[in-house]
Design a protein around this ligand. Structure first.
Ligand SMILES: NC(=O)c1ccc[n+]([C@@H]2O[C@H](COP(=O)([O-])OP(=O)(O)OC[C@H]3O[C@@H](n4cnc5c(N)ncnc54)[C@H](OP(=O)(O)O)[C@@H]3O)[C@@H](O)[C@H]2O)c1
Length: 295
């Protein structure tokens, strides 16, 4: 990566975008965040204008239509942002000739594989969000073969909308919380993911890779919730009773893969990137939330 210019991150208020800003500052790397309304991925002119104005040395696409259930009824919007929008940004990155990292998801898989997914496994999204993200991967790869695409999963942080914050909200609202115990995945701290993205950008110039990158270790949503409430109770907070249920008992608009586990051996082998154990990073997040006086 050339030294001139900042890293441009699209997705200003998103959890990964904000964590990228925090981690870049800690590393002394210059980074600017852009997002709606100035840079709207569905408006290619706004994308081109932002890239021309910022003159970045690298670009990260951390923006997406991420509302998995809403995507079922708003599939066209999901595709406009996750496919066409990603294509516009990748086109601008290709024209500028700068490294480009695009984020994708475990939801490109149907979850029927009995073991963690590797990068070469066949994709078969179950819902509109997954289909739009897979279309985005294909579009980015087509227009900018040197792009690096990182698939991640179950992302949380101390800010934004995510499972950890939802559980802590429910803890204040309900005596009993029921959580599905038959979907397995890798909880991923957005701060850890941000570090991984910055390391990819600092790494060998050679791009064009697809990597899985997620928190180390695995659990179910119920196991994740249990760790959240156990950790919260250890910090002296009130927690609800937790009950395990099945996916069949918890109706959602979009179907979810039963197996969301990502095998992250390739990024460790090739770039030395290995995210911490998910429990360790969850504790760090809970510390932040407790210090901030959350709930
Ligand atoms: N969250 C997860 O569990 C998860 C799992 C796997 C993969 N991922 C992927 O990781 C990436 C980052 O996710 P995240 O959790 O940080 O998402 P997030 O917190 O939902 O943030 C997404 C950001 O994208 C922005 N955005 C949406 N449409 C846009 C548009 N048309 N133009 C510009 N910005 C737009 C949103 O802006 P507004 O504030 O204007 O709405 C928001 O700030 C995404 O590619 C996502 O698909 C996430």
């Amino acid at each position: 990566m050339s030294k001139a210019g900042p890293i441009l991150v699209v997705g200003r208020e998103g959890q990964v975008a904000r964590c990228l800003a925090e981690r870049a500052a800690a590393r002394g790397a210059e980074l600017v965040l852009r997002g709606r309304p100035d840079l709207d991925l569905i408006n290619p002119a706004s994308v081109d204008a932002a890239v021309a104005a910022v003159r970045p040395r690298a670009i990260v696409n951390a923006a997406a239509f991420t509302a998995v259930d809403k995507a079922e009824s708003e599939e066209a919007s999901a595709f406009a942002i996750n496919e066409t929008g990603a294509w516009s940004l990748a086109t601008a990155a290709a024209r500028a000739g700068v490294p480009f990292v695009h984020l994708s998801t475990d939801y490109v898989f149907d979850g029927r594989k009995p073991s963690p997914y590797v990068e070469d496994d066949a994709t078969a999204p179950l819902g509109a969000y997954g289909r739009s993200k897979l279309a985005g991967e294909i579009a980015v790869r087509a227009v900018y073969p040197a792009a690096n695409i990182l698939r991640t999963a179950w992302v949380y942080s101390a800010g934004g909308t995510n499972f950890v914050r939802t559980m802590l909200r429910l803890a204040t609202e309900r005596p009993v919380v029921r959580v599905v115990d038959d979907q397995t995945g890798n909880p991923t701290s957005a701060l850890d993911l941000a570090d991984a993205i910055l390391t990819v950008l600092e790494g060998p110039k050679r791009g064009g890779k697809l990597y899985h990158v997620a928190g180390r270790g695995e659990t179910t949503w119920y196991g994740f919730a249990k760790a959240i409430f156990d950790g919260w109770a250890r910090r002296g907070r009130a927690v609800p009773q937790l009950e395990a249920i099945t996916t069949a008992e918890y109706k959602t608009a979009a179907p979810r893969p039963a197996n969301s586990r990502l095998d992250c051996a390739k990024i460790e082998r090739e770039l030395g990137i290995r995210l911490p154990d998910w429990q360790t990073s969850l504790e760090a997040c809970l510390d932040r939330l407790a210090e901030a006086g959350d709930r």
